[in-house]
Design a protein around this ligand. Structure first.
Ligand SMILES: [Zn+2]
Length: 193
């Protein structure tokens, strides 16, 4: 019955539903709150350390604290700007695995694999989803040729044709759900189908 109401082929109307718009608003508020807390945490923390501890000079503590605070602020501003950007539709053109090397502090290097999904948007731009082995969900979920929509306010992806899938990923919290679910098992938000 649900399948008739919510066909598995096509962009989900859930994305524009009042409930999801409300969720987006709430999420934005709480991540804004966290951004403020984290931005202040370092300057305040280092100020206290500078005042309390004899080993940490106050001036240095303040410089480091404010520096880290500004760094956190910059990261958050960049993220919020991204969330306001317009979404896009596109198609998966390529999937690839790339071996990368990370140099540790002690000079040794570690290798890991990046799983990359290349998407060409309808506007002709190239987009990349880069994942690591432990959370390569989109890499496994998306196939070459699949139509994909990016929801910037939620920073998640939606597949156009979900009719052959056994699972669907929550666009709010990214939890994997059985395709038969209408709501997410973890956050109980509506699934995009
Ligand atoms: Zn969820």
């Amino acid at each position: 019955m649900h399948q008739e109401e919510r066909p598995l082929v096509g962009w989900s109307p859930v994305a524009d539903s009042p409930e999801i718009l409300e969720t987006i608003k709430k999420n934005k508020k709480s991540s804004l709150g966290w951004a403020v807390v984290l931005t202040l945490l370092f300057p305040v923390g280092f100020l206290i350390a500078g005042v309390v501890s004899d080993e940490v000079p106050l001036k240095e503590a303040l410089i480091i604290g404010c520096g880290l605070g500004l760094f956190i602020l910059a990261i958050n501003l960049w993220r919020f700007a991204g969330m306001k950007r317009r979404g896009w539709d596109g198609a998966v053109v390529k999937k690839m695995e790339k071996r990368r090397y990370k140099r540790d502090d002690d000079g040794s290097s570690q290798s890991y694999t990046e799983y990359i999904v290349l998407i060409r948007t309808d506007g002709g731009k190239k987009k990349k989803i880069v994942e690591r082995k432990r959370d390569r969900e989109m890499y496994d979920y998306l196939d070459i040729g699949d139509r994909v929509r990016y929801h910037p306010a939620l920073e998640t992806y939606e597949k156009y044709d979900k009719s052959k899938d056994k699972a669907i990923y929550c666009n709010v919290c990214r939890q994997r759900n059985p395709i038969s679910n209408d709501r997410c098992e973890r956050c109980s938000n509506l699934l995009f189908k």
